[in-house]
Design a protein around this ligand. Sequence first.
Ligand code: SF4
Length: 216
Amino acid sequence: MARESLKSKRERVLQVCELMNEHYPHPEPALHFDSPFRLTIAVLLSAQTTDAAVNKVTPVLWEHYPTIEALAGANVDDVAEILHSIGFFRTKAANCIKCAQMILSDFGGEVPRTMEELQKLPGVGRKTANIVMNVGFGLCEGIAVDTHVFRIAHRLKLSNAKEASATEQDLLKIIPQEKWTSVNDQWIRFGRETCSAQRPKCDVCFLADICPSYKK
Ligand code: SF4
């Protein structure tokens, strides 16, 4: 594909957003949560792990540690035992506890509402902070770039950046801000159902006409 102008890329990504809205009119996060704190922990746990696997362990975690205070005072081995079925469970167990402790010590027991403060929490990077801001507080300051969003942005040739953070910046330049809020949930569903990592279903893809990576 010849080098595409920013204008053309913006027009194409608008079509992508419209088609995503048609196919996924009610994007919803796959992780189960009922508070910003539980969302923060669930997203932290979801790194390198499926949302379904996280949804299996979080009910047990909340049964044992129903409050921020309870998790802050937990024993790391006990939490690791609950999380043992998900990847990196020991590190995540330690981060969950430290995260709860910092929310109590530095933020008055409330999950902070800025990207900068959220990223101070142990185990919370920009992707997690974006999701907490967007889904937990309805404040959209960016686009959470996980493995699906990264892959789709590259297949659609909307970014050729090697890092997730640079890919996010490329997307923020071409996607209108009012559309940022839906991107993560819609693109994740699309990535799971159609544009999968190993076998993209180009033959049935609703973006086939505008995708430079379409393969017969
Ligand atoms: S045409 Fe193929 S590569 Fe392009 S978005 Fe669709 S499934 Fe993915």
